[in-house]
Design a protein around this ligand. Structure first.
Ligand SMILES: CC(C)(COP(=O)(O)OP(=O)(O)OC[C@H]1O[C@@H](n2cnc3c(N)ncnc32)[C@H](O)[C@@H]1OP(=O)(O)O)[C@@H](O)C(=O)NCCC(=O)NCCS
Length: 167
């Protein structure tokens, strides 16, 4: 399924990865997804779950995307703490854009808690901009920002630089 600039392969996850995905994202979210939730996403005809494994084979980063032309919807993205700031999430966003474009989508949308500064910076750097806001969606002071990135047909994402090797 391709690779990051550092050579870490981006792989597609299947039903056998549902438990590993749920285990990997513990500590990344206040409300982690269960293995059943991942299994549901993997089984959806319009769902794609993909990511990166570390040297030992465990999942270190993952992304869940719906491709429903004309829009793609990014439902989930995480990198385990020990593998952060190596460009993995940025590489997965690039892959999500390519997959959505290939499926005929003209944009990718996602929702982010306005208080999540690292994610907001990641998305801004990856070409997403705000198109809407849901006040206090995540609780008092936690507006949900709706972000979108437009996709130009036939224009794959340029290779990302700055991806650091996994150790
Ligand atoms: C947000 C998250 C996915 C970023 O993953 P990552 O693999 O570390 O991100 P990358 O290394 O690809 O970062 C790319 C850019 O995003 C920005 N960024 C990422 N993490 C950041 C942080 N902690 N602080 C500031 N900027 C950050 C930077 O611009 C970074 O580029 P740089 O390292 O060259 O400065 C990760 O921190 C995470 O899993 N957080 C918990 C789950 C989450 O919040 N998911 C998003 C929900 S909407």
């Amino acid at each position: 399924m391709g690779s990051t600039d550092a050579g870490a392969a981006i792989v597609s996850f299947g039903p056998n990865d549902a438990v590993g995905l749920a285990e990997a994202e513990v500590g990344c979210f206040d409300r982690p997804w269960s293995a059943e939730a991942y299994a549901t996403e993997i089984a959806r005809p319009f769902g794609q779950v993909f990511g990166v494994r570390g040297p030992g084979g465990s999942i270190v980063a993952a992304c869940c995307l719906w491709t429903l032309p004309p829009s793609g919807e990014l439902l989930r993205i995480f990198t385990v703490p020990s593998a952060r700031r190596r460009g993995l999430a940025a590489a997965l966003l690039g892959r999500a854009a390519d997959l959505a474009r290939r499926a005929g989508c003209r944009e990718v949308q996602l929702e982010v808690d306005a208080r999540n500064a690292p994610a907001r910076r990641l998305y801004a750097r990856s070409g997403f901009s705000e198109i809407g806001r849901r006040g206090d969606y995540y609780g008092p002071g936690g507006d949900a920002l709706i972000l979108s990135r437009r996709l130009v047909p036939g224009t794959p994402d340029a290779p990302l630089d700055g991806t650091r090797p996994l150790s």
